[in-house]
Every structure is written in C-alpha cells, then in structure tokens.
Design a protein around this ligand. Sequence first.
Ligand SMILES: [Zn+2]
Length: 418
Amino acid sequence: MGNKIVIDAHCHIMNNKCIPKKHRTRQSKIKPEIIEWILEKFDFDNTNYNWIDKFQSMIRIGNINSIEEVAKFLIEQSGNTKQDIKTMYVPLMMDMTHEPRKWILRKLGRETIMTFEKQVEQNKNVILNNPGIILPFLAADPRTIKRIGIEDFMQIYRKNGFIGMKVYPPLGYEPSHPVLIKLYKKCIEENIPVTTHCCYGGSYSTSKKDLNGKKLRTENERLEYWGNMPNPDKWFKMMEENDLHKLKLNFGHFGGDGIGRNLRSEIFEKNKKNKERAQIETEWRKSILDGLKDSKYPNLYTDVSFHPRMEYESQAYFKQLKGYITNNKVKSQIMFGTDWWMSSYVLKQSTYLLNFIKGAKNAEFDEVETDNLLFENAKRFLGLDKPNEGPFKNYLDFLIENYKLDNLPDWFREAFDC
Ligand SMILES: [Zn+2]
C-alpha cells in the first residue's frame, strides 16, 4: 500500500453558533492565564506558529459561518491532499441546546443557538461532501433522545450517515441516565462505538442547580459537580449494574493530560486549581488503565486527544505512553486524536500529527506500535474492519442511498475492503 492512513479519532467541527454565549465568555475569562502560559511556553515552539496565530486561529474557526465550512478548513489546515499521509477525521458533535439560557434574551434573538436538527443536517452535508474522510459521531444527550424518542433517534443516526455516538456528561447528566442505558443496549446490539468526554473541566454546564435541585452557588461548585460527571468510576459502576461490559466505549482524553502533573511550568504549579485538576486526572487515568487491562471489558478504548504535554514534554510523554502499551491488551486500545480545533491552542493540525509521529519515533516505538496508535485501533473501534455489518455497513448504505459511493477515494476502498 502506497499511502499511510491516519485516523484522528477525536476532533470537532462545530462553530460558535453551536455554543451558548455563556460558555464562550466563561472561556474568555481564563484567556489571560492561558496567554501567559503560552508566552511561557513560547521557547518550546520551534514552528512558525506563534501564540498570536494560535489565538487568531481559535477565534477565526469559531466564527466560521457553517459546520460545512469548518470541515473544509480542517482539511485545508491538515494539508491532507498534499502529503502521502491520508488523514481521516472523527468529529464529535456536541449538543449544547439544553444549557440554561435566559428567556428574554432568547426572545430578543440574542441567545439563539443552532438547533440539534440543524446541526444534524449540516453534519450530514459534511459526510456527503467528504466520503471516506470525515466520519462524524452523533451527539447523544438523554434529554434530546427523550424529546425525539429513542427509535426515531436511532433513525436519525442511521439515516444521516453517522458512525458512532458522542456522550458529554458534564453538560448536565449522569452517564447512567436511564435513557442512555437504553441507548447503550442498542449500541451493543449494533456494534456502534460510543465516545465520552473524559477529562476534568473542558466544557461543563452553566446550570446553577444540580440534578437534585441543590444550588451550585459558585463557579467552583459548578466545576466540581459537573466536572465530575465523566468520572470513569461512574462509567464502570454503570456498566457493572446494567451488565453492559461489552459496550464499545472510548474514554476521550485518557482522563486528561492537559495540565499534566509533570508539567514544569511554574505558573501552573503555583495555581492550586490546576494542581487539583492534575490530581483528579491522575486518578482518572489510573482508573481507565485498570479498566483497559481488565478482560471483563473487551471493547474499551481511550484516546490521547488534547495532550499538550506531548508537545513540550515530548520525551517524558512518549516514555509514559510506551510504558502503557507494553501491556498486551492496552496496546490495541489507545487511539490517536487531536481535539482540533481546541488543539489550535497548542499546534496547527498538520504539525500536531507530524510531531506526534516524531515523538513516537524518538521514543523508539516500532512500526507496528505506531500504526496501532495512529490507525489500527481506531479502525477496530469504528467498526471499519467489518464492511458488512454494524456502523460501517450503515455508513456505506447511506452513501449508496445518496449516490456518493463512487466518491470514496481509492485508498479508502483498498484499506477497508469495500
Ligand atoms: Zn473534545
């Protein structure tokens, strides 16, 4: 095979129209801190992509008019067509339509966000415009599923060419929500992969009441409550109680490594909040690893998306990763991912991949080990090893129905036997 294929198992192509204003302003509050951090890290960056570019890039992508155009920009930025490396992307849709918004502002048109249905439609267009290259996951929020009805929700999944489900508990629900249990059962039946956000922080609900109606008074209380929703132990408990050990589940971000505990940055060491975060994420990482090693869970995965440490503590980072994959089970469960466009904070998409390959090479990963991380594991997770069943068959049927099967690139057909 002439081409090398890489699967980015975790990225995003939503734009600001999918994100409530409150989430964006909350993020802008922490900006000065991050700017400081990046300035601190400036020396570590040997590309021409300086911190000003990074922020411009973040802001620019968010403001792109449609999801279709964001997808186009992703492909441009990755230089997909120029290199002999072909990258496939798995963008994870996010459903933020249940976030609290003030009635009056909504009425005035100040706080409208793209509806779930409209997001689905735009994602469908992305799939049709990029056969074999962009394979999105459908956002599975129990409140939306309840509104639509689970059977109709499954039809939305099937009829629009999605290849998996994305669950994001910090937006206001437990991984064990009864509606989700029903969904997981269907996912097991049809071999559909599920990815959950699994690091502390990121986006979390702005709701000021917890699920029992108790007040969450401060930003910190909200972070502690909603931020803990994707705790891997909640997932293991849920799988145990409902006999869902066979669920094909990816713990996105590997519990988190955004602000890894080995990070030398003084700014972050001094900050109590970051220390707490690092502690929690270390525990989550351990918990995920135990699960990955456990033969009780044959279909568990994790991805290494948004791990800035990979860039500025490359040696230590890859040494740790290498340690994990000495385990015979774990080596086929870790997947490459970037978290683009969030990762624009760190690196340009094309550089992200090249630096990952370089880091792995320096840490003496052999060809098979690298190929597992970049391709084989995600191929299995997505069901792309089985063209005649499950999500892959559904995807191919969708392309046939829409007269797009012929648009699949040759390298894709060759790699996946279809
Ligand atoms: Zn993400």
